[in-house]
Design a protein around this ligand. Structure first.
Ligand SMILES: [Zn+2]
Length: 437
């Protein structure tokens, strides 16, 4: 008998590995915070003895979700301004509120509120872009989540930095502080092609090459962005980035709802990762990303919620459902973006986009013990013919019962283990009073 840390027995195990297997009555063998094996339940108990055994008799175990694009601290602006066009929403509502209120304290409190929401819906990792990076990193360390923290570069002064030069200086400081952290990964995040000059985009590219950093950028999100670029630079944003040499598998292009034939050819040649944010795109009527066509071209498309000010939640289960439904309408094909594809966008495709597919994103021996349990034994998800169908098309996030990140349990039978729910609600209400006044 081999001694191990945990045996996790489950009714269903959705691995999200290449073979798309859904296993029944299997066991995850966890040791040293990693997946040691996945075996039929009887075989696992014959071969291994664990200090801790968990029985998920009516649950599906899946990899934890990866939210590949968000601005988590914006949870404190949730519901502040809705039902507006993108530029109106940004220029007249969000940016004024941010310039008045964004601070170390707001980002810390907003990040914790968002992390509590994310853990409660099975998200184990997020790819953020915001200001006061240290506050988000500190919050992530307390919460125990995997955090990819975008070091924002923007030619607009904020409370975080007065000049683009200062954004670069602060980015390098943050990188130096967190470059060797196990769960926190610094990335570069030039905001967009309409808020960063060509010279500064070139500087971002050089920094990314020098320090081996991923680059995140909002790209071809809405028609107005394309019009602005053609007027000012006589080319589309994608072409402009291509000329700078920024398009490669190292780039994470967020949104991409506006793609013409010339863009498809560039994407095919350069293979960047794309993050689809269907609910934000629908709410702002930005357009819709042609996910099915991109996937058929072999381009990796991951899933993100965007910030809670344009969504208005960080619910990856809801986002998967929206992606699957919008994907069918966009492709005009009910066979497009099936449930398993949506689930993989939220797991292994996110890991590939962030460059951590060797660590997480699927249940496979050698990867980190990052997994969640979803209880399907509820009125809303019965009967179960196909667990993946239930997860994507019918399961509310309240049925996520347990969440593990790197072998540590962050949600235990719906209770947060690292964060204080009551305290976070109190803080959110205090911020609402301040912001509303
Ligand atoms: Zn965004």
């Amino acid at each position: 008998m081999n001694k191990v840390d945990h045996l996790i027995h489950a009714k269903w195990m959705v691995t999200c590995a290449d073979d798309n297997q859904v296993l029944e009555d299997h066991t995850l063998v966890i040791h040293d915070n990693k997946i040691l094996a996945i075996l039929p339940g009887t075989e696992a108990t014959q071969r291994y003895q664990a200090n801790d055994e968990q029985h998920y008799l009516s649950h599906a175990i899946t990899p934890g979700f990866i939210n590949s694009h968000t601005h988590i601290a914006m949870n404190l602006f949730r519901g502040l301004a809705d039902d507006l066009e993108l530029m109106d929403w940004l220029n007249n509502h969000i940016w004024p509120a941010e310039s008045k209120w964004v601070s170390q304290e707001l980002v810390y409190d907003g990040s914790l509120l968002a992390m509590a929401e994310m853990i409660r819906c099975g998200t184990i990792c997020f790819n953020d872009m915001y200001f006061f990076l240290g506050a988000t990193a500190q919050a992530a360390e307390l919460a125990g989540m995997r955090a990819h923290i975008g070091m924002t570069i923007i030619d607009v002064p904020t409370a975080w930095a007065k000049t683009t030069e200062e954004y670069f200086t602060k980015a390098i400081e943050f990188y130096q502080q967190y470059k060797n952290n196990e769960l926190i990964t610094p990335t570069l995040a030039p905001h967009s092609t309409y808020t960063v000059s060509t010279e500064n985009l070139e500087k971002v590219k050089k920094l990314a090459d020098d320090y081996h950093l991923k680059i995140n950028i909002h790209l071809q999100e809405a028609p107005s962005e394309i019009e602005y670029s053609i007027k000012k630079y006589h080319q589309r944003p994608l072409q402009r980035l291509h000329n700078i040499g920024m398009l490669s598998p190292n780039l994470i292009a967020i949104h991409m709802t506006q793609i013409n034939d010339a863009d498809f050819a560039i994407l095919q040649e350069t293979q960047p990762n794309i993050v689809h944010c269907p609910e934000s795109n629908m709410k702002l009527v930005s357009g819709s990303c042609p996910v099915e066509k991109l996937a058929q071209m072999g381009i990796n498309v991951a899933l993100g919620t965007d910030g809670a000010a344009s969504n208005n939640d960080l619910d990856m289960l809801g986002e998967m459902r929206s992606a699957a439904l919008l994907g069918k309408i966009t492709a005009n094909d009910p066979k497009a973006l099936p449930a398993m594809h949506a689930l993989k966008m939220a797991t292994i495709n996110g890991a590939k986009a962030l460059g951590i597919e060797h660590i997480t994103g699927s249940l496979e021996p050698g990867k980190a013990a990052d997994f969640i349990a979803i209880d399907l034994n509820h009125i809303e998800t019965q009967p179960v013919y196909h667990p993946v169908s239930q997860i994507v098309y019918a399961t509310p996030r309240s049925q996520v019962t347990d969440v593990w990140v790197a072998g540590k349990q962050l949600l235990k039978n719906r209770e947060l283990t690292t964060l204080d729910e009551k305290e976070l609600i109190k803080k959110a209400q205090t911020w609402r009073k301040k912001i509303k006044s």
